[in-house]
Design a protein around this ligand. Structure first.
Ligand SMILES: NC(=O)c1ccc[n+]([C@@H]2O[C@H](COP(=O)([O-])OP(=O)(O)OC[C@H]3O[C@@H](n4cnc5c(N)ncnc54)[C@H](O)[C@@H]3O)[C@@H](O)[C@H]2O)c1
Length: 314
């Protein structure tokens, strides 16, 4: 079977995981890695026995590299994804895809012009319990959708210094809400602020409302001493609860409750396997560049809403 030649740009905490998985998958062959921190690049290259680069420009000239994961600091994602697309590589760019939605839109345009895959690292979509929730809503198994609430809180991961909690953390749940409802909200109201972080917001409460009157509430912060990542979806006939970390799913009905069992799977592995399959089989990815643009626009609207203290129409 043909293996997809891949490389990783940015091999810090998360990029190292991309490199590990590409190295393990039978459908991919890790060809090179790149990090502007040369010591790190050398160490990761050595770990996986591949060539290390300090800058992506030279690495991207290698024709055996067909696809690239971009895992740099968030404010550098768009520039590196752009370089990779312009060099003719398929791209998986980590969330939040770009610092501004305009940059994200440009990436979509370049990928379309060059007929390349562009997908975004919205990892949550690969958790089987979330797919069950989406299907249950779609097939009307939990009745009419009343509301969905997501809580994603923890201490501030101090390595993140270039964006705030909305674009870094809440964006996962913004995408989750788009995914499970298969719909975009029509307005956003948010309160954000900073208690510990000097430059960016470290807490956000975001309310999304939909044209049929449904709503979603997202709580994200870097101020909570323990880590929680949960989603509760309330329907008129049942409530579904998912713990994103343990991947446990509960379904509670009037008379009974059940817990479908899924064996825990590493979502990043599923995501990278899917990316490789889509490129190799020329199939459309589950998450498109447009999904990234839309999530980023909602995140931007949340920040604007908080700054203006009013709801923002989308
Ligand atoms: N999808 C997810 O669940 C998930 C989880 C964690 C991180 N992320 C995303 O992954 C990205 C990286 O996060 P992290 O926690 O690994 O950060 P990190 O700071 O640990 O690593 C970033 C690395 O990128 C390198 N880098 C920066 N600019 C570069 C450039 N232009 N070229 C090459 N290398 C460059 C840095 O030297 C560093 O080694 C972020 O965008 C983050 O939002 C996504």
């Amino acid at each position: 079977m043909k293996k997809l030649g891949v490389a990783v740009i940015g091999t810090g905490f998360w990029g190292k995981n991309h490199a590990r998985i590409y190295n393990d998958l039978t459908s991919t062959e890790l060809k090179a890695i790149c990090d502007i921190d040369w010591m790190r690049a050398k160490a990761v290259g050595k770990q996986f026995d591949v060539k290390s680069y300090k800058s992506s420009a030279k690495m991207l000239k290698n024709e055996k590299i067909e696809a690239v994961s971009v895992c740099t600091w968030s404010t550098r994602l768009a520039a590196e994804a752009r370089k990779a697309l312009e060099a003719g590589k398929h791209v998986l760019v980590e969330k939040p895809m770009a610092n501004r939605s305009k940059q994200a839109e440009e990436l979509v345009k370049i990928s379309e012009t060059n007929e390349l895959h562009l997908t975004v690292g919205f990892l949550m979509r690969f958790i089987p319990g979330l797919q069950n929730i989406r299907e249950s809503i779609e097939k009307n198994r939990i009745g009419e959708l009343v509301c969905a609430t997501a809580k994603r809180v923890s201490q501030w991961p101090e390595r993140i210094g270039d964006i705030g909690v909305v674009k870094d953390t809440a964006i996962h749940d913004i995408d989750v809400m788009r995914y499970i409802s298969n719909e975009d909200p029509n307005s956003v109201y948010a309160k954000t602020g900073s208690m510990k972080h000097r430059k960016f917001e470290d807490y956000a409460q975001i309310m999304l409302t939909y044209k049929d009157g449904g709503s979603a509430f997202l709580e994200s912060n870097w101020l909570t001493p323990y880590k929680t990542r949960v989603l509760t979806v309330t329907g008129s006939k049942a409530i579904m609860k998912l713990d994103f970390m343990t991947q446990e799913l509960w379904i509670e009905k009037q008379k009974d409750s059940l817990q479908p069992r899924y064996s825990w799977q590493e979502p990043l592995k599923l995501e990278l396997q899917h990316f490789a399959d889509c490129v190799l089989k020329r199939q459309n990815p589950l998450i498109t560049g447009i999904d990234g643009v839309k999530a980023l626009k909602i995140a931007e609207a949340a920040l604007l809403s908080s700054a203006k203290n009013r709801s923002i129409k989308l």
